[in-house]
Structure formats: C-alpha cells, structure tokens
Write a protein that binds this ligand. Sequence first.
Ligand SMILES: O=C(O)CCC(=O)N[C@@H](CCC(=O)O)C(=O)O
Ligand SMILES: [Zn+2]
Length: 355
Amino acid sequence: MASLQSVKEGGFLTATLDLTLPFEAGKWNLESGVAFDLSHRGILTITPPKVSALTKDIIISAGVHGDETGPIELVQEMAQSLLQGKLVPAHRLLLIIGHPQAINAHTRFIDENMNRLFAERNDETNIDRINANQLQYAVDDFYQESPLLTLQHDQVLPDRWHLDLHCAIRDSVHYTFAVSPYSEKSTRSGALFSFLQQADIEAILLSSAPSPTFSWYSAENYGAQGLTMELGKVARLGENDLIRLAPFSDVMQQLVCCETLPVSWDDSATSVYRVTRSLAKKSDDFSFTFPSNQANFTFFEHGKLLAQDCGVEYYSLEGGEAVVFPNPNVAIGQRACLLVQQTDVIFGEQVTIAK
Ligand SMILES: O=C(O)CCC(=O)N[C@@H](CCC(=O)O)C(=O)O
Ligand SMILES: [Zn+2]
C-alpha cells in the first residue's frame, strides 16, 4: 500500500519504517474537523476542530533511540486512534517517530547518539545528524507557525509541551521516571508535575545544567514544558509490557483530549531528585567500580569510590548519591552517568527546589 494511504488508515509506524517506499507528504481532514499534515517521514501534525486561548501546542516524540520500542508503540497507538477518529484532540499535536533507520536496525543509533545532537544545527555528515536537524526544523515549524500565537494577548506564548518518550537500558529502582532538562525559562510548571503524578510516574529528575537532548531543545528555544520520559526497559518491538505503562498512556491521552486537567500535588507520591553531577568520560580509561548493568537509582553512601578516569577518582558526596544512566561505553566527552540526590520541592505555578 502507498505510504500516505497507509498513514491515513492508521499505519503511521509501518509507513514510517518502510524505507523501500518513497515518502509521500499529504494533508487531509476527518469529518470531525480534525486536520492532519504529514510533512516528512515520521512527522505528523494534527490540528483540533477548534482552538481557543486554552489550546496547547503539544509534541509527543519517540524513537529518538531506535531500540527503545515501548514508547514507539505508545505513539503508534495514539496516532492510530487519532487517524481513525476514535480520539478527538483538544490541542495541537506534533507526533514524531524520530529515527526510522535506527529502529529498523534495532539499535540505539547508527553512527552517533542522536540525543546528543540538539545543542546546535549539525553538519549533515551522517544519518543521525541529518535526522536530528530534520527534527529541529519540525519543532521550529510547529511552534513558530502555530495559529495559537494569534490568540494570545500581551505577548503571552501558547502553552507548549514536549514529551520525548524513551525507556532505560538497565533495570531501575523507579520503573518510570522523567528528566526535566535545565533551562532559565519557566519550564517546570505545576501543571506538568501534576500531570506526571496523575500518570503514576514514580520519580522526577531535575537537571542542573543544559544538555544537548531533544526535550532540552524545545525547553530552551521555545520555553516548552519539556521532559525526557523514561518508560520501563528496552525490549523488541511487539514484546513490550504496555500494561505497566497504561496509567501513563491513559493520562497522556487525557492531556491530548481534555481542554484542561485538574492540578494537584502530593509530596509523598512522587520522588524528586536533583542532579548533583554529571560525570563526563574523559578517556578510554574511564571505569566504574560497579557492574555496567547496575540499576538506575542505586544509592551509594557518602565517600564511596564510584569511578575513575586517568587517575582521577570520583567519590560520592556528603549525603550519598544515587547513579542514573551509568554507561562507560559512551563516546569520549559524553556523559557517562548522572549522580543525583533526593530533594524537596515547593509546588506552585512553577515548581522549585526547596533550599
Ligand atoms: O538507560 C539509559 O542509559 C539511557 C536511556 C536514555 O536514552 N536516556 C536519555 C536521557 C536524556 C536526558 O538526560 O534527558 C539519554 O541518555 O539520551
Ligand atoms: Zn533513549
């Protein structure tokens, strides 16, 4: 079946991954008034039948890492329901399946980690860089060409969100968690944290420095409520336990289809961590003192030797630290792990760390 027809019938993922067929762009409407614009492979903009000052601009992306397939299945499920008219969105949506070549190859990336390519426009010397640029342009177009911009008064920007869905390589003390990228902009709203709690996300990590990730790109450049969502553990396409992700999937659907969600916060229901340090790999000598499959959020008491790199030793800080995303095999210069400590937050229109 031609790829555009396949998307119209709900096969967004299948058409995105079929690289034997040339890409065919298209725009169409459903009787409900929902409008679709397939502008590039894996990039689908959906406009609701009517917009108001309460309408959000929401990006939901998956497949930035090709082997993280549970989230890709969630995006396909949502796309299918919208394309077949079973769900009617209340907000503008950009659905993205980010890296078809890596998904087809069942690998995290082809030549280099695409989720480290969002700090700037890239020289297009490999497919990861070409795709990262394509995603940057798609985000730019979606936010900059929003009809919602004309509905806002006093230079207030539309309410922008970006959920970049991933899953973890290793086991984790918290099966689901979110990473909130660092930005000087107001990108940690009470509504965002309330959404995470309603969706049963177990923990939230507050980054303390800019990162070259996709969700950071939207937060930093567009003030979006951006998150990297870690949803379970990697498995092959079709072999994911989506039941465990059902609370998240349900509330994500409500986010898309309800004009507003109730906002509330219970300090005891979600663990919040602040990133104390990001350890960068400086040489091939880098090693951890624990196994490479150590679970995310494993806690180390103060003074424990965690890693060494060319004679420099890294010990856990006062109060102890937990390790997240430990990976000694990253490219030199890249993050080998995050170290985090639990923190209290003050909940309000924006969420801040309690000093
Ligand atoms: O499990 C792992 O080690 C990696 C899972 C993953 O891809 N995580 C993201 C987090 C991005 C962020 O810090 O916002 C990544 O490493 O790109
Ligand atoms: Zn990932």
